[in-house]
Design a protein around this ligand. Sequence first.
Ligand code: GAP
Length: 511
Amino acid sequence: MAQQEDLLKKIIAHAKEYGFVFPSSDIYDGLSAVYDYGPNGVELKKNIRNYWWKAMVQMHENIVGLDAAIFMHPTIWKASGHVDAFSDPLIDNKDSKKRYRADVLVEDYLAKIEAKINKEVTKARKRFGESFDEKQFQETNPRVVANRQKMEEIKARLYPAMDRSDMAAIKQLIEDLGIADPVSGSKNWTDVRQFNLMFSTQMGSTADGASEIYLRPETAQGIFVNYLNVQKTSRMKIPFGIAQTGKAFRNEIVARQFIFRMREFEQMEMQFFVRPGTEMEWYKSWKEKRMNWHLSTGIPAEKFRFHDHDKLAHYANAATDIEFEFPMGFKELEGIHSRTNFDLSAHEKYSGKKLRYFDSEINESYVPYVIETSIGLDRMFLAILSNAYTEENLEGGTQRIVMKLPPFLAPYKIAVFPLTKKDGLPEKAREVMDNLKSDFMCFYEEKDTIGKRYRRHDAIGTPYCITVDHQTLEDNTVTLRERDSMKQERIPMNEISGIVAKSLTQNNQGL
Ligand code: GAP
């Protein structure tokens, strides 16, 4: 675990040093859980966003895009349940002055019991070897059975208390379990209280009678309230989807772990509108498609897993998370939810407008059911970055850090170097650059040795470096060096474009 946390620290430092991600307001010592994307970060982020957009909108004739405003009518957040229920239970430790999410303290306690069970299973597997029957062991080993039962008892107290918003019961549970502050070990807790995660501000001047409005905590509601506008103007027939990317804001209680949990972040969401009764088949289909999208980035399958929810939100009849193995362990990357007709029905009620769709195939009007796929762009960025970050020991005892990004996501595709700054080599290298830059993001560099320039581009993931030397002046050939293999080959200048373009091909199968 310490090694993994170490990896996260290295990634954070690397991201800052190489212009991927900076703490916001850095010269003022940062702003908690807010980050800025630097020149390389903004390119990588844009490429991930475009790749998602391509998979959702370009690859599906029945999905179209939307860019709704961040500010929305305040009643929308009443209808969606965010005003009343988008809150987390908060608790402070009186001694350490640290703040926690009360439910997370209990969930961490549950995770420790689960870890004990897993340890027993691993030990038993080693002892029994081939003949080990895990199911039987889980059902009969007294320690495992007792621990499972304990977990069930805790869950049976936690989740109903959360549903009832019974803060006193959650506090009692923390006390009964003897949960201590992970930092100080103190058990001196305040009461638990609800904390709404929405940021609010005023719209209009006070003289006009300013009204309180919210920064959207999810992009989805912009899609729901526009669904008929989009359906009519794009002549969509059910089943159809609306995709949107954009900023969302949440005043997270505990915001650690770099860009994993931020107070200002970006979501990429798609709502798929279906005929009631068909939602489970679409839910299954979107689960599969979204996993295929993740795998199409080239990240190994063992880094992903589904976590199907046992406990469903009041508006959902099925939900799963796609979890990714971040440096901090497996955590939610994307949510796929079958949201029934909850949101649209609530907006019908609160707006007084009909949000029905007339289905001419069955001659019926209804409020569509919705399957939602919702992924955090910043989390995907962290997944891509942490999978790509590689420390390599090279021959001769040196080391390099290389970002093994899929070429189509890399900030720059080509770096162009003249071998030296004289003899007309920079002019020739500029000619190469000018021929390529309208098709690819290219970077021109003439400072430092070629070796140092290679290292800098390894560190930001540039798949190809091209060196222009004296021979180029004679025969128009250049040296092409590939990032991962570090292989160099001499090729004619006019072949660069074809080679690079081929490496950018994406696998769109199954998307
Ligand atoms: N419309 C559904 C929705 O917003 P969610 O599970 O709350 O569902 C969806 O959020 C995704 O947004 C998450 O899977 C995660 O990737 C991302 N996300 C949520 N909160 C975030 C935060 N504070 N910082 C970064 N990403 C976040």
